[in-house]
Write a protein that binds this ligand. Structure first.
Ligand code: SF4
Length: 755
């Protein structure tokens, strides 16, 4: 048993009382989101707790999960916080550093060899500080968490943006930066702006080719990549109760793509069944005992429009499969309109690679339904007409689907099973392509499809769909294929229609595994040495950042004015850079190299104002830093959307950038900037973005009276001698202003533990 039953018992014993007290104080029925949040307050219920979307509240999450890429920096930071053990149950999962190349066995062996020092570091630090360690090959963080740790009514933070996957088991699970994980592991309050609650009422029942993935593909189309910002999305209704727990997990997982804080479903029989199937009968029994508290109040069900800040309604009977993309997960096209959309938009119709699996869609249900399509295709004389890969989400799933013959089924059409890891989903993919600049199409059952995300090629058009649709398209070899209506020609020249997929929510013979890949921590870690080599290129112990100098920031040079989409992938690219996640100096050489310079429309080419020459962004920042000159980055809308990586905030901090000034921020990135002691500012008037000129020297004025809700002033000193003042807003509260003054949140934490 790896989950903490005592913790769940304690929470369930207290939850009904806490919820009743909150309901009484607030004077209205509660959504499930509110119940869970109020049961996890760090202190007493603040008077403003019901003020959704406005005020920050301190929470005490039950647990922390970290993936290997983000855990390195989080744990390097935790090490300096002065504690002997983590304050809440925490786990590390080695999933992001395994590159997909030829297949599971060889890829895993190579990863263990290549990443040995990182795995040794993570294993030793986990052992020392009481952290559960999941070895390389054990599986993808969110799948392993769903199988072992997620529980209804719980609250978790995770250093990965798809942490909300655990909402499939009714948990408020939020993706954060490593600095937040440090706070919670250190036992400090974790602060979150009280989220709004978006209700999604699901009625009816899915059938045929439609699957749970299509719910979130549809929602993404409705709400767009920004529509969930600052909100928790709560799914409810008889349609929700008809979906499998893992299917619910898929929906919550991809809720990250609409910018939602997280998503969740109410406790129901499907969750109970999944808990039992994964060896957690006691948790299911405990949850059954307080079932009504793990669902919204009945009044909320009766009149949802009254209690949710926004309400969407979807009849699952009418939902058809969707294909989202390319380049953005919210461009949603129903399958019936896909062929026309491919033609109209000039998307390459030929499908080159079809990829199923990942933490989003690798449940037993997903795999069994996809395998049924392959079996049907083979029986009708069809074969795959695109490369086809399968990424199991965990060793538990992989072992079980192998036992049940599904891997064998996929291999019949040339399917390649990759390691139980992120692989192509995070750009860890040595793709075999003749010309990387050729326009080409791939389709995945993953969640994210920004340019370059999967294979690093800007010309790759990546689409996202359910595993069933991806599998059907792998057989057809084209994304203009609609398996509901279109026939395929088999080897004998006959026209055949694929049968609707069928599968099992849970394995009829139960789950099985020989070695799940778990390493329990030492009971007493005091004698354990954390392994970091002094000459390591991949790991570097951290030096604290300097405190604010106490004055306005003057003479900042414009480093880059980024144009258009600037995700954390553009700010701190993944792929080959993942290996430097634990080495701040080395990874800083990727800072903003994917961002487009507004003035020349090029990536990684900016003007150095000290020399007048154009050069790479990181090198230019290093020149300013060496000269003792601060710099500033300007960005567009939803700056920092995408992954939660705090490197995207630490790198600019390390290279001397003092402020990021944008039209709007993605939530996690804005918080990460604050944690690192950076200034994250937004234009009070969005058109002022146009006033920033390439040769500007910039002053930030008003910092000595920096206060919540008070705008700051920015002086643009143009090269022609003119000066323009613009007003900029911020969302810093008192505590965050303290972080800014101290030079970062970690500096504040350390002062409490190390005297
Ligand atoms: S979304 Fe992709 S990269 Fe992220 S945890 Fe899941 S499989 Fe890994």
């Amino acid at each position: 048993m790896v989950f903490d039953l005592a913790l769940i018992k304690k929470l369930y014993a207290e939850l009904p009382g806490k919820v009743a007290a909150a309901r009484k104080l607030i004077g209205k029925p509660l959504t499930l989101t509110e119940k869970i949040l109020y049961a996890h307050l760090y202190g007493a219920l603040p008077a403003t707790a019901h003020n959704r979307g406005k005020d920050y509240v301190d929470f005490a999450p039950d647990r922390v999960a970290m993936q290997d890429a983000t855990a390195q920096m989080a744990l390097l930071q935790f090490m300096t916080a002065g504690r002997s053990k983590v304050a809440v149950p925490s786990t590390v999962h080695c999933d992001h550093l395994i590159q997909a190349k030829v297949g599971a066995k060889k890829d895993l062996e190579l990863a263990i060899e290549t990443n040995r020092e990182v795995y040794d570091f993570l294993s030793s630090i986990s052992d020392k500080y009481g952290i559960g360690f999941w070895k390389a090959g054990a599986g993808i963080i969110h799948q392993v968490v769903l199988e072992n740790y997620a529980f209804p009514g719980g609250m978790m933070i995770g250093t990965d943006s798809h942490t909300p996957n655990a909402g499939g088991l009714g948990m408020v699970a939020i993706g954060v930066g490593g600095a937040d994980a440090v706070d919670v592991m250190a036992g400090l309050p974790w602060e979150l702006k009280m989220p709004k609650v978006i209700g999604v009422k699901l009625t009816g029942k899915m059938s045929g080719w439609t699957s749970c993935k299509d719910v979130i593909l549809w929602v993404a189309g409705q709400l767009t990549v920004k529509g969930g910002t600052g909100a928790i999305v709560e799914y409810f209704g008889d349609g929700a109760d008809s979906m499998s727990a893992t299917g619910k997990g898929t929906v919550c997982n991809m809720g990250a793509e609409i910018g939602a804080t997280c998503s969740l479903f109410a406790y129901d029989e499907k969750m109970g069944a999944y808990l039992k199937a994964t060896g957690r009968d006691e948790v299911a029994a405990l949850a059954d005992g307080i079932k009504e508290h793990l669902r919204p109040d009945v009044e909320v069900y009766a009149d949802p429009a009254k209690y949710y800040d926004q309400l969407l309604e979807l009849d699952l009977n009418t939902l058809e499969p969707y294909v989202n993309g390319p380049f953005t997960p919210d461009l949603a096209t129903p399958i019936s309109k896909m062929a026309a959309a491919v033609k109209e938009n000039g998307w390459p119709a030929k499908l080159e690679v079809a990829l199923i699996g990942s933490c989003t869609n690798s449940s037993y249900e997903d795999i069994s339904r996809s395998a049924s399509i392959v079996e049907d295709a083979v029986s009708k004389g069809l074969k795959a007409n695109a490369e086809f890969t399968i990424t199991p989400g965990s060793e538990l799933v992989r072992f079980t689907i192998e036992r049940d013959g599904f891997i064998n089924t996929f291999e019949k059409v040339g399917g390649v099973v990759l390691a139980n890891a992120c692989g192509p989903c995070i750009g860890q993919w040595a793709r075999h392509i003749d010309d990387p600049n050729r326009k080409n199409t791939i389709i995945t059952s993953f969640n994210r499809n920004f340019a370059k995300r999967n294979d690093g090629n800007a010309s790759t058009h990546a689409f996202v769909a359910s595993p069933e649709i991806v599998t059907a398209m792998a057989i057809a070899g084209t994304i203009a294929f609609n398996p509901l209506t279109d026939k395929l020609k088999n080897a004998s020249g006959e026209e055949v229609l694929l049968k609707e997929p069928t599968g099992f929510e849970l394995p009829p013979k139960g789950f099985a595994v020989e070695d799940a890949g778990y390493q329990a921590p030492a009971a007493d870690g005091s004698g354990i040495q954390v392994k970091v080599a002094t000459d390591s290129k991949r790991l570097q112990l951290l030096e604290p950042f300097k405190a604010w100098e106490g004055t306005d920031l003057k003479g900042l040079k414009l480093l880059i004015k980024a144009k258009g989409k600037c995700t954390t992938d553009h700010i701190s690219m993944a792929g080959p850079w993942l290996k430097f996640r634990g080495h701040l100096d080395n990874i800083s050489n990727n800072m903003l190299i994917g961002a487009i310079n507004f003035y020349n429309e090029k990536t990684d080419t900016v003007k150095n104002q000290l020399t007048g020459e154009y050069g790479p962004v990181p090198a230019t920042a290093r020149v300013y830093k060496a000269a003792g000159v601060g710099s500033i980055v300007v960005g567009d809308e939803n700056y920092g959307e995408g992954s939660s990586r705090e490197h995207a905030a630490m790198e600019p901090r390390f290279l001397g950038v003092r402020a990021i000034l944008v039209r709007s921020f993605a939530r996690i990135h804005e918080t990460n900037l604050k944690k690192q002691g950076m200034l994250g500012l937004t234009f009070a008037n969005k058109e002022d973005y146009d006033k920033i000129l390439e040769d500007d020297t910039i002053d930030i004025v008003g910092l000595s009276s920096f206060a919540p809700g008070q705008p700051l002033t920015i002086m643009l000193n143009h090269q022609d001698g003119t000066v323009e003042n613009i007003l900029v807003n911020h969302t810093y509260n008192e505590q965050q202003i303290e972080w800014f003054r101290a030079g970062g949140a970690l500096n504040v934490i350390r002062s409490q533990f190390v005297k």
